[in-house]
Ligand binder design. Structure first.
Ligand code: PBG
Length: 326
């Protein structure tokens, strides 16, 4: 059957018809809100390249998390700015480090809010790399132990999910074993399975003050031209026991996202990263695009491609646009 019997426009005629046949529907429950936590009291410090996103001290973070929950957004992922950085990223895994304390405070005030902890050393190392340096290179195996320590620290503090983002080989199994040995076998791992060495992380590194002092992350994060390699990375993390998978960044890597969706039944996340956020914000502020519509369209596209949930700095804005309560 074809034209004139078939007319695709019939079902596009009204808003109600379009809603009826929409294949992908966004919901505030699809989002995880990334948040930055810093030392101090009553701090709410704007991040220049991420308008509307702030660094919060723990007390202010808890208050902001109440808004997250009130909007129907199910959870947050936390990134820490430590008091002090050192070569081994000690504050990343110390039980009194910024993240461990933040997790305890948020879970105490809002036990129902999902708290995910990013597991990586780059925010805590003086050199800004995601692991321990050995002759200027990140030493894979020496880093694993510290990542597992960080995961155990966060899980003990009460976080719901640990999410390794460092891209060391073997980190998922090392973290799984560390958690299990500590009696934390119930804590799930959300693996940043296919994470690319992307220029779209620029604003995040301002926010977390985590740009490498020397060199870049291309020795451990994936090379943007590679697709088949992403499938191998995902397969390895699945074998090592990842409970959930992530592709990052989101919009420039929808092909990878769709392929992982097609091949795996694990819950799948996508991270709409800081640079994706900043570009939409900037163009919106210039009046060059309609920010609200671009936000919802980009999130819809990420969900359509296969994400079960999306880590996005637009989580609160999008939840409001979708009719969330607060
Ligand atoms: C830590 C980490 C980064 C991001 C998430 N976890 C930075 C990086 O890898 O350089 C980036 C998130 C974003 O850009 O929004 N390794």
């Amino acid at each position: 059957m074809t034209f004139p019997l078939v007319r695709m426009r019939r079902l596009r005629k009204t808003e109600a018809l379009r809603r009826l046949v929409a294949e992908t529907v966004l919901d505030p429950g699809d989002f995880i809100y990334p948040m930055f936590v810093c030392p101090g009291q009553d701090v709410c410090q704007p991040i220049g390249s991420m308008p509307g996103v702030n660094r919060y001290s723990i007390d202010a973070l808890v208050e902001e998390c109440r808004k997250v929950a009130d909007l129907g957004v199910p959870g947050v992922i936390l990134f820490g700015i430590p008091e002090k950085k050192d070569a081994l990223g000690t504050e990343g895994y110390s039980p009194n480090g910024i993240i461990a304390r933040a997790v305890r405070a948020v879970k105490k005030a809002l036990p129902g809010l999902i708290v995910i902890c990013d597991v990586c050393l780059c925010e805590y190392t003086s050199h800004g790399h995601c692991g321990v340096l050995d002759k200027g290179r990140v030493h894979n195996d020496a880093t694993l132990e510290l990542l597992a320590k960080a995961a155990v620290t966060y899980a003990k503090a009460g976080c719901d999910i640990v999410a390794p983002s460092d891209m060391m080989d073997g980190r998922v199994i090392e973290i799984r074993e560390g958690l299990d040995e500590a009696g934390l076998e119930e804590t799930p791992i959300l693996s940043y399975a296919a994470k690319y060495a992307s220029a779209f992380y620029g604003p995040f590194r301002e926010a977390a003050d985590s740009a490498p002092q020397e060199g870049d992350r291309k020795g451990y994060q994936m090379d943007p031209p590679n697709f088949r390699e992403a499938m191998r990375e995902v397969a390895l993390d699945v074998e090592e026991g990842a409970d959930m998978l992530m592709v990052k960044p989101a919009l420039p890597y929808l092909d990878v996202l769709a392929a992982v969706r097609a091949e795996y039944d694990h819950p799948l996340a996508a991270y709409q990263v800081s640079g994706e956020f900043a570009m939409i914000k900037a163009a919106g502020q210039m009046g060059w695009v309609d920010e609200e519509r671009v936000v919802l369209e980009s999130l819809t596209a990420i969900k359509r491609a296969g994400a079960d949930f999306i880590l996005t700095y637009f989580a609160l804005d999008a939840a409001r646009l979708l009719g969330g309560r607060a």
